[in-house]
Design a protein around this ligand. Structure first.
Ligand SMILES: Nc1nc2c(c(=O)[nH]1)N[C@H]1C(S)=C(S)[C@@H](COP(=O)(O)O)O[C@H]1N2
Ligand SMILES: [Mo]
Length: 250
């Protein structure tokens, strides 16, 4: 019998007898599925969502893809580009001096220019991006799959998370299931044009299986690590500071 997510959640809750929190704790203990921010304001619910998603969806379940005719006429943007001096200088220089660093638990750290990235095998997707605040749009993104880059750098088996650092404060991280996922993309183009500044130039992450805030814009560094404890407040991203969970699966 194929159990629905609801069945499992309900069964877990009933079996644990103590509501969602006990069920989450039980599931998470059994499967070792604790997200990095379990102590936050969404703690028990966050553990339950992450654990049930990881148990019930295969690692390669795919986000829906659309046709060109479904691309949104208007793509909303949120926020202003980073105000740091280093970002402004790079923007003014057309990102020629920009480099993406990939380091941490990798056999061969990488430092790549935009040209270097564009010479790697490219991959495109027409997917839906949904902001937690309610708006969404469909666009085509083109870039290099994160899995390709992780393979090139030789990510070590000890790596449990991949962390994404932008020129502003909105850093985030993915577990290895989402990092290796074939639709997780480092995008340098949107709808056939170079990525517009406010959509994250020169390079952004696209994680179509999670809410928009996981798709970090304005990237400069990708870091493979076995722990998130020493980064920021140790919660795996800047989002828990703002009241959003680390795991934002949809
Ligand atoms: N570096 C950085 N990445 C970011 C953000 C940000 O403020 N800074 N906003 C996030 C949020 S909340 C959303 S919904 C999407 C919005 O992407 P868009 O501006 O291309 O629509 O980017 C995400 N990535
Ligand atoms: Mo968002």
């Amino acid at each position: 019998m194929k159990l629905s997510r609801r069945t499992i959640v309900n069964t877990g809750v009933l079996a644990a007898g103590g509501g969602a929190s006990a069920a989450a704790a039980k599931l998470a203990r059994r499967y070792g599925l604790i997200p990095p921010d379990p102590g936050g304001i969404y703690g028990p619910g966050e553990v339950l969502t992450y654990a049930t998603q990881r148990i019930l969806t295969s690692e390669h379940s795919m986000a829906r893809q659309f046709n060109r005719s479904q691309i949104s006429q208007i793509a909303p943007v949120i926020g202003e580009p980073p105000e740091t001096e280093s970002y402004r200088r790079l923007l003014a220089a057309g990102f020629l001096p920009w480099r993406l660093t990939l380091d941490g638990l990798v056999a061969r750290p990488l430092s790549l220019s935009l040209d270097d990235l564009m010479r790697l095998p490219s991959s495109s997707q027409i997917t839906h991006q949904a902001c937690e605040e309610g708006w969404s749009f469909i666009a085509e993104w083109t870039g290099v799959s994160l899995a390709y880059l992780l393979n090139t750098a030789g990510v070590l088996p000890a790596a449990k998370y991949i962390v994404f650092f932008p020129f502003d404060e909105s850093w985030d991280s993915l577990d290895m299931a989402d990092a290796w996922h074939p639709q997780t993309l480092l995008a340098y183009a949107m709808n056939g044009e170079p990525l517009p500044t406010r959509h994250g130039a020169p390079l952004r992450l696209r994680v179509p299986r999670q809410l928009g805030y996981k798709s970090v814009k304005y990237l400069y560094r990708i870091f493979a690590t076995d722990t998130l404890k020493s980064i920021g407040k140790g919660l795996g991203s800047s989002s828990p500071d703002l009241g959003y969970t680390w795991y934002a699966g949809i």
